[in-house]
Design a protein around this ligand. Structure first.
Ligand code: SF4
Ligand code: SF4
Length: 340
């Protein structure tokens, strides 16, 4: 597809749902609904809050109830076209799909995923990207369409029948012929992209290292630095913890809502249970839990060596105020030293 045809294509996508995508507005960089097509940002940066928020909003009412009945709240789930998501974030959604589809499947996640068309977008890595090391730099599934930027045109991959329908909404936009020159250009782009990765880390040995380092002093060292702010979990595209409670209105009659809100295993009260017992009251224990999930447990469950529960987006590297992230922790486990 010629780049000049992008705006026309975006206009046609309105037949499929609201257009959402990364945009920089009012000093913020977010995935949000686009009021105007020109707001779409297609580039190498990614918003700090990953697209998981579209399918599990930070806070929402799961259902409303009264003394006699309850009804689920799906009002917030709309037909959407999410345009411009990078391979790491698509992999993040695929990991969460597996998690939320375990029996009993989460209806909110499932319904909102079904109603959202994913249009991926290629990127050139920035210095904090680790996705080559986590084998998540390329995607072959999890999108309806995927746009690769080849200078004056996009090479558009079709990943589903809906994606195929989208390429047919307007005659003449998509040229189905793939010439030798196009193939050459694509693989040159791949080579050039690969050369831009500055971080290279071997995640294959980490599950064993995690297992052997359970009593390592490294956890105490990182625990001393950690602020328990939970930012790492909020920005991580594969974190999924939430809390739920009832908001009850007793003023007129018995009625209320079950509210769901993101939670973080880094928060001090996360493992607080009735009776005042807190089985992860110490920061080193909470850090160990988080990294065990990312670097060991997910890989063992999925049975994919070299594919941790981290998709290498680099957000924890850019976010943590005291430099605790998937890279510093992994390196410290091998050296036995916590960086100052
Ligand atoms: S590791 Fe960093 S971002 Fe995460 S809770 Fe601790 S201080 Fe906050
Ligand atoms: S652990 Fe860090 S780099 Fe890995 S997916 Fe989560 S935020 Fe991204």
């Amino acid at each position: 597809m010629k780049k000049d045809d992008l705006d026309c294509f975006l206009l046609e996508t309105s037949a499929f749902g609201e257009l959402w995508g990364p945009n920089k507005k009012d000093g913020k960089f977010l995935y949000s609904k686009l009021e105007d097509r020109s707001e779409l940002y297609l580039g190498n940066e990614i918003p700090m809050i990953p697209p998981k928020k579209l399918f599990q909003p930070p806070t929402f009412d799961m259902f409303h109830f009264s003394e006699k009945e309850s009804s689920p709240n799906y009002d917030w789930i709309k037909n959407r076209v999410l345009f411009g998501i990078h391979p790491c974030d698509i992999h993040g959604l695929l990991i969460l799909d597996k998690f939320f589809s375990q029996s009993p499947a989460d209806p909110y996640w499932t319904k909102s995923r079904e109603k959202t068309i994913i249009v991926g977008y290629s990127c050139i890595p920035c210095e904090s990207c680790l996705c080559k090391s986590t084998n998540t730099d390329i995607v072959h599934e999890g999108f309806d369409l995927f746009f690769t930027d080849l200078e004056d045109y996009y090479l558009v991959w079709v990943g589903s029948s809906v994606g195929d329908d989208m390429t047919r909404v307007k005659q003449g936009i998509f040229d189905e012929k793939v010439e030798k020159e196009d193939i050459k250009k694509y693989f040159e782009w791949r080579k050039q992209r690969d050369s831009c990765f500055v971080k290279d880390f071997d995640f294959k040995n980490l599950p064993d290292m995690m297992e052997l380092s359970y009593s390592s002093k490294v956890w105490d060292g990182f625990g001393d630095k950690c602020l328990s702010c939970g930012q790492c979990t909020m920005v991580c595209p594969t974190c999924n913890c939430y809390d739920a409670w009832d908001q009850i209105d007793l003023s007129v009659e018995f009625k209320g809502s079950r509210v769901r809100r993101w939670d973080s295993c880094m928060f001090g009260d996360y493992s607080l249970v009735a009776g005042g017992q807190n089985f992860r009251g110490k920061r080193p224990d909470r850090l160990k839990l988080w990294y065990t999930h990312k670097l060991r447990a997910y890989e063992a469950e999925a049975g994919k060596p070299g594919r941790p529960g981290c998709v290498g987006c680099g957000r924890c590297i850019r976010t943590c105020p005291v430099d605790i992230n998937v890279q510093t922790v992994s390196e410290a486990l091998f050296t036995g030293e916590v960086p100052k």
